[in-house]
Design a protein around this ligand. Structure first.
Ligand SMILES: C[S@@+](CC[C@H](N)C(=O)[O-])C[C@H]1O[C@@H](n2cnc3c(N)ncnc32)[C@H](O)[C@@H]1O
Ligand SMILES: [Zn+2]
Length: 268
């Protein structure tokens, strides 16, 4: 069976065999029991730097409760309006696969998702949503050039050269930036002088920003578990002074705005 995946060793197309993906030069990549494939060539999966297993599960459990469903609906809406059945859709740095599964349940497409973290990809594959998940580095995405109709990219490193390469001419990159009020309620607890976010669209050579959608909602968290899960998902987790962390630990409820600007770039 054909896929859009290419061999990370020689660049030839990968075909699906019984328990592996193989190329014509006989490089072979086992399909793990959960159904994902490790196509990461250089270095080890990025689990030592990023989220550990427990953080990956905590992220999954938080997202599964639907707190970020307004964003998932908006991304899925873009897929519905900008692609057709049979098109390839790629979730770049898919994490534990929440957004891929949400979209796959709404629109029948050929979904692919990758992340450098094996812990994340394993959880994504366990969703069994029909998508093909693989471990890979965004610096060298093992996907054929000009094979993807729409790629979405949420809260991860930005590599416009690779995004532009994998997209078909006229294809769309959907990416999100935090909106002005995003998580302001959380920042009010963490910092004596919270600030609003700047909304800066990333530069994307070879692609043109042609549309944007604002997503804003209030979320109400009613357990310290959910509050901590949200906190761990944010960059503030790594930069907050101890006093702010202590204030947050004492909270058993938290209401905050979430706000995103979904940007659509078109490849010319
Ligand atoms: C903040 S998480 C976002 C995950 C997912 N898009 C979501 O919104 O739930 C960032 C993700 O980027 C992944 N990541 C970081 N550097 C990467 C790289 N060089 N290549 C592929 N994935 C990477 C991390 O492993 C992590 O899962
Ligand atoms: Zn090969």
């Amino acid at each position: 069976m054909d896929t859009i995946l290419q061999c990370p060793v020689c660049g030839n197309a990968l075909h699906k065999a019984e328990h592996a993906l193989v190329c014509s030069s006989r490089h072979s990549f086992d399909i793990a029991k959960e159904g994902y494939v490790n196509l990461l060539m250089s270095g080890k999966p990025g689990d030592q730097k990023g989220d550990n297993k427990e953080m990956a599960r905590s992220r999954r459990d938080f997202l599964n409760k639907g707190f970020y469903s307004p964003l998932a609906k908006a991304v899925s809406g873009c897929i519905g309006s900008l692609t057709r059945k049979g098109d390839n859709v790629l979730d770049i740095c898919c994490g534990e696969g929440y957004y891929t599964e949400f979209a796959a349940k709404s629109h029948e497409r050929e979904y692919y998702g990758f992340d450098i973290s094996k812990n994340m990809v394993r959880l994504a594959a366990k969703r069994h949503c029909g998508a093909s998940f693989f471990v890979a580095n965004i610096a060298s995405i093992p996907v054929k050039s000009e094979s993807v109709a729409l790629a979405f990219h949420l809260f991860a490193p930005f590599r416009e050269d690779e995004f532009a390469r994998v997209l078909k001419p006229g294809g769309t990159l959907v990416t999100a930036i935090p909106g002005k009020h995003h998580l302001y309620g959380l920042k009010e607890v963490l910092y004596p002088e919270p600030y609003y976010n700047d909304e800066k669209p990333p530069q994307a050579d070879g692609m043109k920003l042609h549309d944007q959608i604002r997503v804003r909602a209030e979320i109400n968290l009613s357990s310290s578990r959910d509050i901590n899960a949200l906190f761990q998902m944010t960059p503030y987790y790594y930069h907050t002074p101890t006093e702010g962390m202590k204030r947050l630990e004492q909270r058993e409820a938290l209401s905050t705005d979430i706000e995103f600007v979904l940007l659509m770039y078109q490849k010319s």
